[in-house]
Design a protein around this ligand. Structure first.
Ligand code: NAD
Length: 281
């Protein structure tokens, strides 16, 4: 039987420590989130980020823009936040409305305030094996989980399913930087099962329910499920067929309660780290 990787518990431990550190700061860190449009899931995510920040003593600003906002309006908000010394961290909640050029928006965030590490400066630093101001929150959360459970990465075969800038691509580089032998799979990959079957560490970030089944996973592998999908009954599930895969592997994350809480945890930690960098602490 596999050991469960309990992201919820690990995140709580990290955030308890963070809350203690923030308690002693005279001036508190500040996180600004821009949300544009009416995506219900995005609204839920932004509310939970605001709530968590406030619980920890992080000041939180949420800037809401309508679905029909213009590119210029978003860029102006970013410009204002970039130039506001009281704001340490800027997050643009994705996805943005379809008519908005997301790449341009992300590129306009000052890299030193880019709390989700999606600016090409920060992604480029990671790809070149250097330290960015911030690592993207979800990949960072996954690395922290591997560290917490003392799971060796050095020399292991790691397979990442997904190559988005948000998860798969930076995660692949971060695993490579940690000396794993990394294969990144995506929607055009042929013989996915053959590749995943070689993985000592398999991470799925495809957003496809039931993508990873028992026959695709090596015995004793570590399986991290990033996917968030809805089942017919409305409940959340990941990309991995948990009950099929679990008996064969050594570690596995549940969905929910695995990677999700670690993403929010990294967002809070990154906000604090940017505050420290900006205040030379
Ligand atoms: P995305 O749609 O931008 O990227 C998905 C990637 O998966 C693409 O690179 C695509 O090529 C690949 N892919 C899709 N179907 C595939 C298949 N059948 N075989 C191989 N590769 C396939 O999505 P994203 O933003 O990277 O998010 C991926 C999933 O992770 C989503 O379910 C998202 O909701 C979830 N997510 C979870 C968290 C969290 O905190 N738990 C954070 C971010 C994203």
């Amino acid at each position: 039987m596999a050991k469960l990787i309990e992201g919820k518990l690990v995140a709580k431990k990290i955030l308890d420590n963070l809350s203690d550190e923030i308690l002693f700061l005279e001036k508190k860190p500040c996180l600004a989130v821009i949300i544009a449009g009416n995506d219900p899931a995005s609204k839920i995510y932004v509310n939970s980020k605001k709530k968590k920040a406030e619980e920890l003593g992080i000041k939180s600003i949420v800037i809401e823009l309508p679905e029909n906002c213009t590119q210029q309006e978003i860029l102006e908000k970013i410009y204002t936040l970039n130039n506001d010394d009281s704001v340490n961290a800027i997050l643009v909640q994705l996805p943005l409305p379809a008519h908005i050029d997301t790449k341009e928006v992300l590129e306009k965030i000052n890299p030193i305030k880019d709390v989700d590490g999606l600016h090409s400066y920060n992604l480029g630093r990671i790809a070149s094996g250097n330290k960015p101001y911030s690592y993207p929150c979800t990949p960072m959360g996954i690395i922290r989980l591997l560290e917490y459970y003392d799971i060796a990465v050095d020399g292991q075969n790691a397979v990442v399913i997904g190559r988005s800038n948000l998860v798969g691509r930076p995660l692949s580089y971060m695993l490579l930087n940690a000396n794993a032998t990394v294969t990144t799979c995506h929607s055009k990959t042929k013989n996915l099962a053959k590749i995943t079957g070689q993985a000592d560490i398999l991470i799925s970030a495809a957003g496809q329910k039931g993508l990873v089944k028992a026959g695709m996973v090596k015995k004793g592998a570590v399986v991290i499920d990033v996917g968030i999908n809805r089942q017919q009954d409305g409940k959340l599930c990941g990309d991995v067929d948990f009950w099929e895969v679990e008996p064969d592997v050594s570690y596995i994350t549940p969905v929910p309660g695995g990677v999700g809480p670690m993403t929010i945890c990294s967002l809070m930690q990154n906000t604090f780290d940017l505050y420290k960098i900006q205040n030379r602490i």
